[in-house]
Design a protein around this ligand. Structure first.
Ligand code: CTP
Length: 417
């Protein structure tokens, strides 16, 4: 509850916070490139997530560096002056400089953005730092600090981001913001949930009006924002907000989030498993349509569908013979089985998954292809059948020793003659 329990650090504390929070190698690199930018007479700014998070005492992984000029050119000059390498995307005005000490810094040319229609990608043109702050999503992401030479530490807050951090609200910068970029509805839920900041009232009204625009957004862009939500330490609060706002149904009428989100230990779940946890209980048709709408990749699709199948079949699997269950689970994506184990943690059913994952999965016959060859059996499909029968006998507790396996093997071979 940052908004209510704790006021942010004063804005003037930002330069000191940058120095203490960044690893010293990264901080010194920032100072170096700031000094270099000053020599080249280019203004350089630290913007967005890092200033916001430092002021809120929230950990932040991101360095968003905006160049009031040409970022690809600056990256190339930095590589020439200090070594390391760089990549550039002239078309987007972005670049990455990888320093000789292997620290990667993303540099973005300050830009102005305009949208041809709701949900379209923006048209980008060079702009001032003010344009660059203005094109952004929420005021709390528009606090900037200058890095170049003697200007180091000067803060910029032309859009009143700091007062919104103090008030603890998520506010868009202009009335068309959500219409221009409806993915901001998902971003609003993520920031609102992460910081426990409600949407400012006008922002909430504009967000509601823009819900129909979600229909025009590509699956890829929606998925990117949903990935970011699902990667939060706990995605449930943001998904609950989207449900409350009717934003999920605006993406697909059957897409919902119920607070019955399992207490599975989320820190152990990878992104595809998190999608599975969310979508596995939908009916088959809706699940398939949503997978298509979000253009989820094949491995993720499989984990979702397998988890849904496991949920449906859990009772009959528990009642099945061990070999039958094991052969079935061998065909299921492992992350789906691990997900079920996590969902069922502490329940009787947990054993079903744990026994497979920790024991049955690895049980094999002692005999192998070589053994069968040495016994004079001609290579062919019968090999697999025999080895499967032996494995099943081990799994079902019919074999206990190597001698018993050998006896069974000879019996099977005798029956073939
Ligand atoms: N941004 C935006 N509209 C979007 C995506 C991004 O305005 N649809 C802006 C935001 O102002 C943000 C910046 O681009 O500050 C960088 O985006 P991102 O890295 O996603 O945001 P962070 O604030 O760094 O989020 P996080 O803390 O989760 O990394």
């Amino acid at each position: 509850m940052i908004a209510h329990d704790k006021l942010p650090h004063p804005l003037e504390a930002l330069p000191g916070l940058v120095e203490t929070a960044l690893p010293s190698a990264q901080f010194h690199l920032l100072r170096t490139i700031g000094d270099y930018a000053w020599q080249k007479q280019v203004a350089l700014y630290l913007v967005g997530g890092l200033p916001r998070d430092l002021l809120l005492d929230h950990p932040s992984p991101d360095l968003d560096l905006v160049v009031a000029g040409n970022a690809p050119a600056l990256a190339a000059q930095l590589a020439e002056q200090y070594g390391g390498s760089y990549q550039k995307h002239e078309r987007f005005g972005t670049a990455k400089w990888i320093s000789p000490s292997d620290i990667a810094l993303d540099l973005i040319s300050a830009r102005k953005e305009s949208y041809s229609r709701p949900g379209a990608l923006p048209t980008v043109e060079a702009g001032s730092i003010y344009n660059d702050l203005q094109r952004r999503d929420f005021s709390i992401n528009t606090i900037a600090m200058r890095l170049d030479g003697p200007h180091y530490g000067e803060t910029l807050d032309p859009l009143n981001g700091y007062s919104d951090l103090q008030a603890g609200v998520v506010r868009v910068l202009h009335p068309r913001s959500f219409m221009d970029d409806p993915t901001r509805i998902l971003r609003a839920a993520r920031f609102s949930a992460r910081f426990d900041f409600p949407l400012e009232q006008t922002t909430a009204t504009q967000m509601q009006a823009a819900l129909p625009c979600l229909a025009a957004v590509s699956g890829k862009r929606l998925r990117h924002e949903l990935d970011l939500i699902l990667e939060e330490a706990d995605p449930a609060p943001a998904l609950s907000l989207l449900e409350e706002w009717n934003a999920l149904a605006a993406i697909h009428p059957s897409l919902h989030f119920h607070s019955s989100w399992q207490a599975a230990s989320l820190q152990d779940l990878q992104l595809p498993q998190r999608y599975a946890l969310w979508l596995m209980d939908l009916d088959q048709t809706a699940r398939t349509q949503i997978i298509q709408r979000l253009v989820l990749d094949k491995p993720t699709q499989r984990i979702i569908q397998d988890a849904a199948e496991l949920r449906k079949n859990a009772a009959s699997l528990a009642a099945a013979r061990c070999s039958e269950r094991t052969f079935y689970l061998d065909g299921i994506a492992l992350p789906a089985i691990r997900l079920m184990q996590s969902i069922d943690a502490g329940k009787a059913q947990e054993k079903l998954w744990t026994v497979y994952l920790e024991k049955d999965r690895t049980i094999q016959a002692i005999s192998n292809g070589e053994t069968l060859k040495a016994l004079g059996l001609k290579p062919g499909p019968r090999y697999q059948q025999i080895l499967t029968t032996l494995r099943a006998a081990w799994l079902d507790g019919e074999l206990h020793t190597a001698q018993e396996e050998e006896a069974l093997l000879h019996k099977l071979l005798a029956a073939d003659r």
